[in-house]
Design a protein around this ligand. Structure first.
Ligand code: AN7
Length: 362
């Protein structure tokens, strides 16, 4: 008999809040239930009693938050008797779609921007047997093609335009509230195609309506400077950033991201590649958490706001809830090349005791 496990994925856990019925086949890799880690170093930087927490979404089964949405999208595709799914991807969506499609026995087709996705992600889509096509263009062009094809042929689109993706992804906000016993004051996150900020905001609003939380967080989103259409107010034709996951010039959920920002009293700002790399290294060196560059945009954003005195302007006496949750969307091992480029490669030494002792100072 199949052994019952403590956590059987986000659909089993949050069924009540999701569009599933007894007839929905649940396709899962036991995603979700990711740790919310207290960040002592960052809390010290912000100061004034603020507590910074890291929601480490890189610990999902395929190494990113996409699994929360993919369990829903693939389960519903099965329920609707689809036999193929398709997405455009900067990498993580394709890795997740490929893995969940295997479990469901569905064909998976992914379009990736040629030469612009991290090695770990490409290896995942390939090893899970997806049909991977590298388009000689950027993510936005690939997504337009996927929209066209899935509108004309019996293939289910599993980008975040698929509403079930958003439904699944909102479970991360439930987990945060369940862990803290309340909503945080601020939530900081990267913004690319803007599905995730849309999902979190939807989740928080639903939990508030249910009476699970008394207040809503302010949503603080960060785009990469070279790919910041929402900040600039117009699509970026040729987006550029080392954070390839969020190299997106015309986000599908643009309006919903603006709604989350405005309804919550938050902001969407941008961070440079230098700021992203600094935050990426700091997180690894000071908190022991390894993320991919796009995820470090959260921390780069937090530090940028801190430098500008943003948190000093918050009235401490009034703010009894001083929790800041930063979403770390993807694992550092997704993009090992970037880690090695950012730090020195290991020094080569002779296989001799004295040589090693000299290097380590003993
Ligand atoms: C690590 O995989 O768009 O704002 O095709 O992989 O919801 O798009 C990935 C996006 C942040 C941005 N962090 O989230 C894709 C894709 C990581 C990501 C984002 C992505 P959205």
């Amino acid at each position: 008999m199949r052994k019952i496990q403590k956590h059987e994925g986000v659909i089993a856990k949050y069924k009540k809040y999701l569009p599933v019925t007894a007839k929905t086949p649940i396709i899962t890799l036991n995603e979700g239930n990711t740790p919310l880690i207290y960040a002592g170093y960052l809390s010290g930087i912000i100061g004034r009693g603020f507590e910074v927490y890291l929601k480490y979404e890189g610990l999902n089964p395929t190494g990113s938050f996409k699994d929360r949405g993919m369990t829903m999208a693939i389960s519903k595709a099965c329920e609707e008797r689809s036999n193929a799914v398709m997405c455009a991807s900067t990498g993580n969506t394709s890795a997740s779609a490929a893995a969940y499609a295997v479990r469901a026995g569905l064909k998976c087709i992914v379009l990736i921007p040629k030469g612009a996705i991290a090695l770990g992600k490409l290896s995942q889509a390939l090893i899970h047997g997806a049909v991977v096509l590298a388009v000689d263009g950027n993510f936005d062009a690939a997504l337009d093609l996927v929209k066209d094809i899935t509108a004309k042929y019996p293939i289910t689109l599993v980008n975040s335009l698929n509403p079930y993706r958003i439904e699944g992804q909102k479970t991360a906000s439930f987990e945060i509230c369940d862990s803290l016993g309340e909503a945080p004051e601020f939530q900081v996150m990267p913004v690319g195609n803007a599905g995730n900020i849309t999902a979190y905001w939807k989740g928080y609003k639903e939990y508030k309506k249910e009476g699970k939380i008394g207040s809503l967080p302010k949503m603080l989103g960060f785009q990469a400077k070279g790919a910041a259409p929402i900040v600039r107010g117009y699509p970026v034709i040729n987006p550029k950033t080392i954070a390839t996951a969020i190299r997106i010039g015309n986000p599908a959920s643009w309006r919903q991201a603006e709604d989350a920002r405005d309804e919550s009293g938050g902001l969407i700002d941008m961070v440079s590649d230098n700021e992203i790399i600094t935050a990426y290294k700091l997180l690894a060196a000071k908190e022991g958490v390894f993320v991919e560059p796009a995820s470090a945009a959260s921390i780069a954003g937090l530090l940028k706001l801190c430098r500008r005195g943003f948190f000093k302007k918050i009235k401490v006496a009034k703010a009894k809830n001083k929790k800041i949750v930063c979403i770390l969307t993807g694992h550092g091992l997704k993009d090992p090349d970037r880690a090695i480029e950012s730090i020195k490669e290991p020094k080569v030494v002779k296989p001799k005791l004295e040589a090693i002792l000299r290097e380590i100072g003993y």
